[in-house]
Design a protein around this ligand. Structure first.
Ligand code: ARG
Length: 270
């Protein structure tokens, strides 16, 4: 606590000094660092890798990628004195992009899981989620047990893919590069069900009449931000900023902006 106060006092003094000298505060960094001294893969930028096919977390509005993760990234970048830049790619390329230094962080409604933890480090979780089943209204599939032996459409490389592949007896798993294509497969009777995350499922069902989400969620998951293994400098800053966002109401504000009145269906993973 003492330390925090001291830091606050120091930054207040610095701010005064800056306003006295007319300094705009724009930093003159000689290397790839932002104001917080964090080194990033591209100077002055915080590059976030995602797959913008996942409303409300990340999706396209014209040329822009918007959504909960876009706003979280923008806030983190701002706090670090960096400019957020989105790299939109296939979901199953995100971990590699973070590992190889193509991106500083992966934020894509990405679930913390053991396999991924072998390749990247995760921040503290910022929200809960769960896999749910989407079927046509008149489907004979009424509960998870009815999935056995059925054709299940998933987005490739997701936890929905893992669940269908490992937990459903005799299922035929059809992998699509986009969640929307998996949903389309059910609408066109090419697949019997989709297994996908709860909030994106809500968005798909809202847009496609004739589809429903089964009540019983299949998993309990947590989303977090992935960084390159061992990048503790960036990770601790991300964790600090996430905690601050929880405290100052920014996280709630972002969630409310994109979830609006839809929160009723999203507590399924609790
Ligand atoms: N939560 C799931 C996972 O981590 C699905 C994430 C898909 N995200 C996306 N932006 N397409 O595997």
């Amino acid at each position: 606590m003492k330390k925090v106060k001291k830091l606050l006092a120091l930054s207040a003094a610095a701010a005064m000094l800056m306003s006295m000298t007319g300094c705009s505060g724009s930093s003159e960094n000689s290397d790839n660092t932002g104001n917080a001294g964090i080194s990033t893969v591209s100077e002055g930028k915080l590059i976030w890798a995602t797959n913008a096919e996942f409303e409300p977390y990340e999706y396209r509005e014209g040329d822009n990628v918007v959504g909960i993760d876009a706003d979280i990234s923008a806030y983190i970048a701002e706090q670090l004195g960096l400019e957020a830049q989105c790299e939109d790619m296939a979901f199953d390329s995100i971990i590699a992009a973070v590992q190889s230094g193509k991106a500083d962080m992966g934020i894509a409604g990405m679930t913390i899981d053991e396999d991924r933890l072998e390749n990247v480090d995760f921040s503290t979780p910022y929200t809960d989620a769960g896999q749910v089943i989407i079927v046509k209204e008149d489907s004979p599939i009424k509960a998870p047990a009815d999935l056995a032996g059925k054709t299940i459409a998933v987005q490739s490389g997701t936890t929905g893919d893992t669940y269908a592949s490992e937990n459903v007896d005799g299922a035929k798993v059809d992998r699509y590069s986009k969640g929307a294509e998996a949903v389309m497969a059910v609408l066109q009777n090419k697949a019997d069900a989709v297994i996908i995350d709860n909030r994106p499922a809500n968005a798909y069902v809202e847009k496609n009449p004739g589809l429903i989400i089964l009540d019983e969620p299949l998993t309990v998951e947590q989303y977090a931000i992935a960084v390159k293994k061992g990048n503790t400098a960036l990770l601790s800053e991300i964790n600090r900023i996430l905690a601050e966002m929880e405290e100052n109401g920014k996280m709630d504000e972002i969630m409310a902006k994109y979830l609006g009145g839809n929160e009723d269906l999203t507590e399924t993973a609790e």
